[in-house]
Design a protein around this ligand. Structure first.
Ligand code: GTP
Ligand code: MG
Length: 290
């Protein structure tokens, strides 16, 4: 499973964002530094409308979305690699993740002490990661004031701007209410959707789907350029070892035909060998020797 570690200075809103992403109040949030001591770990489903479309069209009811694990760790401070703060003992948790979500404080609050210094904050965290020898793909997310979300005057080049507080409030609403609220604010996607999209771009990921005997449809993230036999190994090591072939159809075509059987009768399912490069939106049934 994909793992993303949330890092940033104390009080940058990491736990607030974590709760918002998970749509549940799991992590403790408070205005003092080092609120988080033990890391919080949670798994979220990756929203993908194609799964619902495939399910509706084919009648395959069971949907298994791709999943991402988020890890919310203690705030890092200058000198963390030498044991300052609590950061040091938790830097280890970052070693296991696929990507870092670097959260930068960009919100004003009379409750939270200190001024806003986004660029300096970024440097501090990067230095600590460097000192600790942690080199990971990183995405930058600025935790901005709600009123600044659409304000071009609050720049931070290359950073995604979100409001952890707003996202948290959103997570209490039904998905219809969320959409209406976002529309009002002129934002198209939830923070979760934007974070996930950024993560897929950063790690160069695409999605393929597997179906097993017409009973289940499951989404899998995979690095662009992955060959079918390696992709099979994500599902099960036996599938990779005993790989025979991949039966493949693009998800849209499958939806148009309404069933695997109909698509097969029309010759729309193509059989591919181990060297086939998996494409985004492929629906695959792997054949293998158990
Ligand atoms: N106004 C505002 N306040 C926020 C926002 N995000 C977090 N806060 C507040 O900032 C304080 C710190 O938030 P946390 O989520 O606990 O921050 P953290 O980065 O997890 O902190 P540590 O675990 O101590 O490193 C809390 O009082 C939050 O309510 C935001 O987007 N806007
Ligand atoms: Mg925290």
């Amino acid at each position: 499973m994909l793992k993303i570690g949330i890092v940033g200075l104390p009080n940058s809103g990491k736990s607030t964002l974590f709760n918002a992403l998970l749509q549940r109040q799991i992590a403790n949030v408070a205005e003092y530094p080092f609120t988080t001591i033990e890391p919080n770990v949670g798994v979220v489903a990756v929203p993908d409308n194609r799964l619902e479309s495939i399910s509706e069209a084919t009648g395959i009811e069971k949907i298994v979305p791709a999943a991402i694990e988020f890890i919310d760790i203690a705030g890092l401070v200058k000198g963390a690699h030498q044991g300052e703060g609590l950061g040091n003992q938790f830097l280890g948790h970052i070693r296991e993740v696929d990507a870092i979500l670097h959260l930068i404080r960009g919100f004003h609050s009379s409750n939270v002490p200190g001024n806003l210094n986004p660029n300096e904050d970024i440097r501090t965290i990067e230095e600590e990661l460097n000192h600790a020898g942690i080199e990971k793909p990183a995405m930058y997310v600025m935790n901005a004031d709600e009123t600044d979300l659409k304000n071009p005057e609050v720049p931070l080049t290359g950073a995604l701007k979100i409001s952890a507080k707003l996202e948290n409030e959103l997570s209490e609403l039904s998905s219809e209410e969320q959409k209406a609220y976002l529309k009002e604010l002129g934002i198209e996607q939830t923070g979760l959707e934007r974070v996930i999209r950024l993560c897929y771009e950063l790690l160069d990921l695409i999605t393929f789907f597997t179906t097993v005997g017409g009973k289940q449809i499951q989404a899998w993230p995979v690095k662009k350029g992955t060959k079918s036999q390696v992709a099979a190994g994500l599902v099960h090591t036996d599938m990779q070892k005993g790989f025979i072939k991949a039966e493949v159809i693009n998800w849209k075509k499958l939806v148009e035909e309404g069933s695997w059987k109909k698509a097969a009768e029309k010759g729309l399912i193509h059989f591919e060998g181990r060297e086939y490069t998996v494409e985004d939106g492929d629906v695959i049934e792997f054949k293998f020797n158990a």
